[in-house]
Design a binder for this molecule. Structure first.
Ligand code: SF4
Length: 438
């Protein structure tokens, strides 16, 4: 245990930073030797290197976490603040699955899962994650074995079945926060129901960690989570400027710390850095793309394996995603958490997630974003994997077009599995959409 703890700390404090310095030095040498390619985007972000460093060190530490500290595997919408004061190393299988998606590993991992009897209709994040568990293959070297599985149904019901499978595989406790789906404002008894589960979560999390939650420490983590969420929201809001200093695609990558490191100092330090750079770009009129003519809203998860191709095609014609409902969800959740009243405010905050609200609420959020960011059009990604995010999009398309007078395209794909994406069909549809602006 002591040796393991030393390895864990050394990986995070010494080896990780040294490895990153070496990699950055090598990358600099390669970059200097290469002739820069012409592209329609603005200059790369200076803080991108810091982003890569903190996420790489997080995963490097993770390799040595089991046996050193308690480990929890956590869904993206889980109230992680409760786990941090207990010293948990938190792994986000969705964030890890997105890395698999960017590296186009999902088909191989999914094949392994399908051989075990899981359906290809299951979410491709779940298939990628369970595939990593079965095969041991991962682009991050190794994932630590969980002592606790922490699942919240505020994003979908799939996570419940996914985490039940993991619980069976690892033989460890599974805690569930079940959030009632909202039709309009939450009723008091619904919030009370979520709060009761938060109290039960503490008992299990304390037992597994072998210590009690320090309430002062919890208040500090809650404050960090709230401030981090606000900082992320401030970063997104810089895209109201014309031109927008970044693209929605940049946002999909810069979102990693608020998902996986929420409630930590390093998360907030990173967003302060990013915010300074974004403000500087706004002041100097530097855009996320070089020639912003049309501003778009993106709905749903990104198409991880195709973000560069799609955004380049659009950027070449002056189209920029200035707002995405996905990245915005992280700015809204958590902003309401109050360190002085962590339980009631967390129950409210984690219940009011976009995916846990009915179509009318979603439409209101999307229309508000479209107006705030002055968009000319929208692309709604109909994600084969993410049914809760994609259901009702045809109605949303019709109502957004009518109520806002903007052009809206529904684009079929899958966020992580390239087998459900037809590049030719996608190109044709996006091409026709762009022509309609001429
Ligand atoms: S179904 Fe959607 S919300 Fe659920 S895990 Fe998959 S991508 Fe996330």
């Amino acid at each position: 245990m002591i040796t393991r703890r030393i390895q864990y700390e050394v990986a995070g404090r010494v080896v990780g930073p040294m490895l990153m310095s070496l990699q950055n030095w090598q990358a600099d040498r390669k970059r200097r030797a290469r002739k820069p390619k012409e592209n329609p985007f603005g200059p790369p972000f200076e803080c991108l290197r810091k982003l890569k460093d903190i996420m790489s060190i997080h995963y490097l530490k993770g390799r040595y976490a089991d046996g050193a500290v308690p480990v929890a595997w956590v869904t993206s919408g889980f109230p992680v603040e409760v786990l941090r004061p207990l010293g948990y190393h938190c792994v986000y299988p969705e964030n890890h699955a997105a890395i698999c998606g960017v590296q186009r590993l999902t088909p191989e991992l999914s094949d392994a899962v399908e051989k075990e009897g899981y359906s290809r209709d299951l979410c491709s994040y779940a298939r990628a994650d369970i595939g990593c568990v079965i095969t041991g293959k991962t682009p991050v070297g190794r994932l630590p074995r969980p002592d606790l599985l922490a699942c919240c149904t505020n994003i979908c019901q799939t996570v419940l079945y996914w985490y039940r499978s993991l619980a069976e595989y690892f033989g460890c406790p599974l805690v569930l926060i079940d959030t009632p789906y909202l039709y309009g404002p939450a009723k008091p008894h619904q919030l009370e129901y979520v709060k009761d589960q938060l109290m039960e979560l503490i008992d299990v999390a304390e037992k597994v960690a072998g210590k009690k939650v320090d309430m002062e420490e919890l208040a500090k983590v809650v404050e960090l989570a709230r401030d981090g969420t606000k900082l992320w929201g401030d970063c997104l809001a810089t895209a109201t400027a014309k031109p927008s200093p970044w693209t929605g695609i940049d946002g999909f990558f810069h979102i990693a710390p608020i998902v996986a490191l929420r409630g930590t100092q390093e998360c907030n330090a990173y967003y302060r850095l990013l915010l300074d750079e974004l403000k500087d770009r706004v002041q100097k009129g530097v855009g996320g793309i070089k020639n912003e003519k049309y501003r778009l809203l993106w709905d749903n998860l990104p198409i991880w394996y195709n973000t560069r191709d799609l955004s380049t095609k659009l950027a070449n014609e002056g189209f920029n995603f200035v707002v995405t409902t996905y990245t915005n969800a992280w700015a809204e959740a958590g902003a309401q958490i109050d360190p002085a009243d962590p339980w009631n405010s967390a129950a409210r905050s984690y219940t009011y997630i976009i995916l846990n609200q009915d179509l009318n609420n979603r439409l209101q959020i999307m229309n508000r974003l479209a107006r705030t960011y002055s968009v000319d059009g929208a692309i709604l990604h109909s994600d084969r994997s993410c049914k809760p995010y994609s259901i009702g999009q045809l109605d949303l398309k019709e109502r957004m077009s009518r109520e806002l007078g903007i052009r809206v395209l529904v684009l079929e794909a899958d966020h992580n599995d390239p087998r459900a994406w037809s590049a030719e069909q996608g190109d044709t549809r996006v091409g026709a959409f762009m022509e309609s602006f001429a």
